[in-house]
Design a protein around this ligand. Structure first.
Ligand SMILES: NC(=O)c1ccc[n+]([C@@H]2O[C@H](COP(=O)([O-])OP(=O)(O)OC[C@H]3O[C@@H](n4cnc5c(N)ncnc54)[C@H](O)[C@@H]3O)[C@@H](O)[C@H]2O)c1
Length: 476
């Protein structure tokens, strides 16, 4: 569904009207125009800041340079000598920030390594790095803060300082969202440093246009699961399955998996067979029309994957339904259907896949919702299933890691699909505007996050839920 208000405010008349009445002007988000490039940050200035005793410069600087970025540093940055030493050790050339007034040298992305922060006073280093520049963050700019998980911090004071970064990042996201710029945080566990290149490419590029105000924890990847040498077509040669692939978010996920080189198997209800066929035809996908809640679905899926493809490398549990009613008025059927499709089917299918139909190293992604985080009136059934997914991926993560793979979830906010087009107009407008980016996301935004989590770029991500909601206030 088109966001008519966004389009209107980008017309000369609409812009003038919005200015006159002080109405919000949702920014136009810059989204990726193609699959992953070898150098997605080519010609982009990325300003790097390092807190005293920060530990990630030797991992971050070469990753940025390999992605094509022009890595800049601030001339009077307190840790400049440490950054230069790390750059020399890694063979990375640095440029000094061209000055706050120099437009050509203005950074479009800011990366601050806060892993060394050990006290409240030291948080001032982050303020000094970003405060003079925040007014100059360009449209669709990026701020990415790196931290240690507070639970990994050596002292309570270091835990406080690292935890403070979360609140800083979320508040900054709300300040800069008007420009389509985003702020996010990576909590880098010990051993995850070597797998930072993938998350940097995702979070600093247009692939993450609608991911805002989020913190994602990275942990040491399982043995053998490293970063790809070449980031182009990261899913080349993989067999990737998507449920609910006929339309909406599932169709976008299927197309995007294919864009990155995967052979796609699409599943949807038998009554959607024609729509499923039309979606898959665009990239020669393989259709499997079945109802995922039917008794024989788990066995049929596992058997078909084994027989036709020798097993799947990627499985995306996307199919989902709503049957909204207040709990007082909710019928047992509405409860059972939502629980069955959105959660029960995932567990039953995975029980079968863990026996056969899935290759070692397989990565799974389940689609949750911010409704499972913040809750919505009239969605006790839906909210239960989407929160259930978050707990489930956490619990299954060690099992998947033992097989060299991973399972994660994506929690979409308001996304322009058939599902949200059916909402009454009032809540639909509220759902769209109440986010830092003051607009709904598109199915491609969810697909981009799914592709990141399904690919080796996210080798260090397991058991996590990434919200893709433009920092929607409803799931806060
Ligand atoms: N649209 C949003 O704003 C939004 C927000 C948060 C989460 N989500 C989640 O994203 C996922 C996709 O949502 P969407 O908006 O694209 O929905 P949609 O209704 O447009 O598409 C869902 C697809 O799943 C299929 N499906 C439903 N039941 C099935 C079954 N029993 N067996 C096989 N296929 C089945 C449908 O036929 C349909 O093709 C869902 O899990 C939904 O809960 C969507």
């Amino acid at each position: 569904m088109t966001d008519r208000y966004l389009e209107f405010t980008h017309s000369p008349f609409g812009r003038a009207l919005a200015d006159t009445f002080g109405l919000p002007k949702p920014p136009r988000l810059l989204r990726a125009k193609s699959g992953y490039l070898a150098q997605p940050l080519t010609e982009q200035n990325v300003l790097f800041g390092l807190a005293r005793a920060g530990e990630l410069a030797t991992a971050v600087l070469p990753a940025l340079a390999a992605a094509g970025a022009i890595v800049r540093v601030v001339a009077d940055h307190p840790t400049l000598a440490d950054i230069k030493q790390a750059a020399a050790a890694e063979g990375v050339s640095l440029k000094t920030e061209a000055g706050l007034e120099d437009k050509a040298g203005t950074a479009s992305a800011f990366v601050f390594d806060g892993t060394g922060l050990a006290s409240v006073d030291e948080l001032r280093q982050l303020y000094d790095f970003l405060q003079p520049r925040v007014g100059r963050i360009p449209p669709n700019g990026r701020v990415l803060i790196l931290a240690r998980a507070p639970s990994d911090a050596a002292t309570p004071a270091a835990a406080a300082a690292n935890a403070a970064l979360r609140g800083f990042m979320r508040s900054l996201g709300k300040e800069i969202g008007k420009r389509g710029a985003t702020a996010n945080l990576l909590e880098v566990g010990r051993g995850a440093e070597k797998a930072l290149a993938g998350p940097l490419r995702f979070f600093l590029s247009p692939h993450s246009a609608y991911v805002d105000g989020q913190s994602l924890t990275l942990s040491a990847p399982p043995k053998g699961a490293g970063m790809p040498n070449n980031f182009v077509g990261p899913l080349g040669g993989k067999i990737a399955v998507v449920t609910g692939a006929a339309r909406g978010i599932g169709a976008a996920i299927a197309a995007t998996l294919a864009r990155e080189g995967a052979r796609v198997v699409g599943i949807d209800r038998p009554q959607e067979e024609a729509a499923l066929g039309a979606t898959l035809a665009a990239f020669d996908g393989y259709g499997l029309p079945l109802d995922i809640t039917s008794d024989d679905a788990p066995q049929r899926i596992a058997d078909e994957l084994d027989q036709q493809f020798g097993g799947a490398d990627i499985f995306i549990h996307n199919a989902g339904i709503t049957r909204d009613k207040t709990l007082k008025n909710m019928s047992p059927a509405a409860w059972d259907q939502v629980l069955g499709v959105n959660l029960g089917a995932i567990l039953r299918i995975n029980d079968a896949l863990l026996r056969h139909g899935l290759k070692d190293g397989a990565r799974m992604v389940c689609i949750s919702s911010i409704g499972g985080i913040g809750g919505n009136a009239g969605q006790t059934n839906y909210g239960a299933t989407k929160a259930g997914i978050i707990g489930y991926v956490k619990a299954l993560a060690p099992v998947m890691a033992k097989r060299g793979g991973a399972i994660n979830a994506v929690a979409p906010g308001f996304i322009e699909t058939h599902m949200t087009a059916e909402m009454p107009m009032g809540p639909r407008e509220v759902g769209r505007r109440l986010s830092s980016l003051s607009q709904g996301g598109l199915p491609i935004d969810i697909a981009e996050a799914v592709i990141f989590l399904a690919s080796p770029l996210a080798a260090a991500v397991n058991g996590r839920t990434l919200r893709v909601c433009g920092q929607n206030f409803m799931g806060a």
